[in-house]
Design a binder for this molecule. Structure first.
Ligand SMILES: [Mg+2]
Ligand SMILES: [Zn+2]
Length: 274
């Protein structure tokens, strides 16, 4: 399995990670217990879906139904691979222009502040768990100069060919989990991080159904933060977390401002928030 953190980002900013969510010295976790904050990327940190944003670089005539149908039929990785291939071979649009497009994606309001506050908590290790890819996420983090705040990024690795074409490879090839695509089970990423025994508490923030798999790994002392009005929240409806196979606390949020407030209120969440 390939964690992109070490190879692509080289951003193991250990000392920056050791600074606190509450930003107060007394909150700097004298007990020694560490907190893992794991955050999805598309529609959680950034407002758009990055794969759909990049597909907009294709002329509208080429954004055919056949292309769109690749998403439900073959998955997002196949979809973006086709998009990138067509951009490069037919329009001479390579990694530089794709990177520029990605850098222009807007953050979810208030989410940059959440990322910075998490990263300045001495007790928190901040990571991104995403079915996007290392190139898109890296470009975007660099645009906002926050790449050093993220300890690890678990996502599909990208490589840039000598001719400028961008290739996205699967993070893994799995058949065990039906909730997640074959190329990345977010639940198995979280399971391994929790099993490491390093974290007293885990906070997971996400918007969609493959984030549910990650959230299902969380324990009673952990918190799932589900974006209200988006795929996973709509899917769960008003069901209590327990009915979705969640044993952790649950809170919902609409933007980064609300997420920050509710995480602070709950001191990383001690009670269910539905
Ligand atoms: Mg998402
Ligand atoms: Zn899974």
């Amino acid at each position: 399995m390939f964690a992109v953190s070490s190879r692509y980002f080289q951003i193991l900013s250990r000392h920056l990670l050791r600074r606190g969510f509450c930003q107060s010295a007394e909150a700097a976790n004298d007990s020694g217990g560490r907190i893992l904050a794991a955050i999805d990327f598309d529609k959680t940190i950034v407002q758009q879906d990055s794969y759909l944003a990049v597909s907009q670089l294709l002329p509208s005539a080429q954004r055919s139904r056949e292309l769109q149908e690749l998403i439900p039929q073959c998955g997002w990785l196949t979809f973006i691979s086709r998009v990138l291939q067509e951009l490069h071979s037919e329009h001479k649009i390579g990694s530089a222009a794709v990177g520029k497009c990605v850098r222009h994606m807007e953050a979810v309001p208030g989410m940059l502040r959440v990322v910075r506050r998490l990263a300045t908590n001495p007790a928190v290790d901040l990571c991104i768990v995403s079915d996007a890819n290392s190139f898109f996420i890296g470009e975007w983090l660099k645009e906002y100069a926050i790449e050093d705040l993220v300890a690890s990024v678990y996502t599909n690795p990208a490589s840039i060919e000598a001719n400028g074409e961008l290739l996205i490879l699967p993070y893994e090839e799995q058949t065990e989990c039906d909730l997640c695509p074959a190329n990345l089970c977010k639940g198995s990423v979280m399971r391994e991080l929790i099993r490491s025994g390093r974290y007293d508490r885990v906070v997971y923030v996400g918007d969609s159904c493959n984030d549910l798999c990650a959230m299902q790994q969380l324990r009673a002392e952990d918190v799932a933060c589900i974006r209200r009005g988006y795929e996973l929240h709509n899917e769960l409806g008003t069901a209590a977390g327990g009915q979705a196979g969640l044993s952790c606390s649950v809170l919902t949020w609409r933007d980064g401002h609300e997420l920050e407030e509710r995480l602070m209120e709950n001191e990383l969440g001690a009670r269910p928030g539905y």
